[in-house]
Design a protein around this ligand. Structure first.
Ligand SMILES: Nc1ncnc2c1ncn2[C@@H]1O[C@H](COP(=O)(O)OP(=O)(O)O)[C@@H](O)[C@H]1O
Ligand SMILES: [Mg+2]
Length: 235
């Protein structure tokens, strides 16, 4: 049975540039169920990152309603937003955002540390997470001792460590060559097959075609939302 994880209704994000109004998100309504694998696509400046920040509870909308896992995000304080992010969302970024002076295990442990998980359990969960991405034996290494693809896998391990309801990835293959991109995408597919909900933001249609559903943004509005096969047919 489909169970909504994300319910956005009539979301607006409006910036004032002098007296010009920029509608970065302009009346976006979108429901994403648990277990979906969605690509959000659109040209540069279309409003993808704005939408990702709202979905990820990193920012709040100017207007509209956002329900995440049954909770109204628009009503939350900054502390509550931080808590729901930590509890529900694993973030993956284009530039990995690993801390250079921490080893891989310590990097993966970080969100668990913020969530107040004790040392022993933190170690164990972080190590399991590194195992899932095939890098457990390198746990003592520093990030710069790894290839780009391996570093992105560590950042995915970090996203997975907290057992999030949602994995939210902004241009996760943007800094990788095509073969490594393929490996990272295959890994996202595997995670989705295991039941994880995944949203990938990308400007690259070849990445979008690996998802199951595609949502395309243009000038802050959704102008396509459907099955990846129907999306492929209009390219
Ligand atoms: N903090 C901001 N202040 C003013 N305008 C912004 C801000 N953030 C984004 N925008 C504008 O909103 C629009 C959408 O931006 P963005 O969401 O970053 O697009 P994308 O990620 O698709 O490239 C753009 O016109 C951008 O210039
Ligand atoms: Mg962007």
């Amino acid at each position: 049975m489909a169970e909504p994880l994300i319910q956005l209704s009539h979301i607006y994000k409006i910036y004032m540039m002098g007296d010009e109004e920029v509608r970065a998100n302009d009346d976006i309504s979108l429901t994403i169920d648990r277990g979906e694998f969605v690509a959000i696509v659109g040209k540069s400046g279309s409003g993808k990152s704005t939408l990702m920040n709202i979905i990820g509870a990193l920012d709040v909308a100017t207007d509209g309603e956002y329900i995440l896992g049954g909770e109204d995000v628009g009503e939350m304080s900054d502390n509550q937003l931080a808590e729901i992010r930590n509890k529900m969302i694993g973030f993956v970024f284009q530039q990995y955002n690993l801390l250079p002076k921490l080893n891989l295990l310590e990097n993966v442990e970080l969100p668990l540390l913020y969530a107040g998980v004790g040392t022993a359990e933190r170690r164990e969960r972080a190590m399991q997470s590194l195992e899932r991405v095939g890098l457990a034996e390198k746990w003592k290494n520093l990030p710069n001792q790894l290839s780009g693809g391996q570093q992105q896998r560590v950042s995915i391990a970090r996203a997975l460590a907290g057992n999030p309801s949602l994995i939210l990835a902004d241009e996760p293959t943007g800094a990788l060559d095509s073969r490594t991109s393929r490996e990272v995408l295959d890994f996202f597919k595997k995670l989705n097959d295991e039941g994880n909900t995944i949203i990938i933001i990308t400007h690259d249609n070849s990445i979008a075609l690996e998802a199951r559903r595609v949502v395309r943004i243009h000038d802050g509005k959704i102008n396509f939302d459907g099955d990846v096969k129907d999306y492929a047919a209009i390219l």
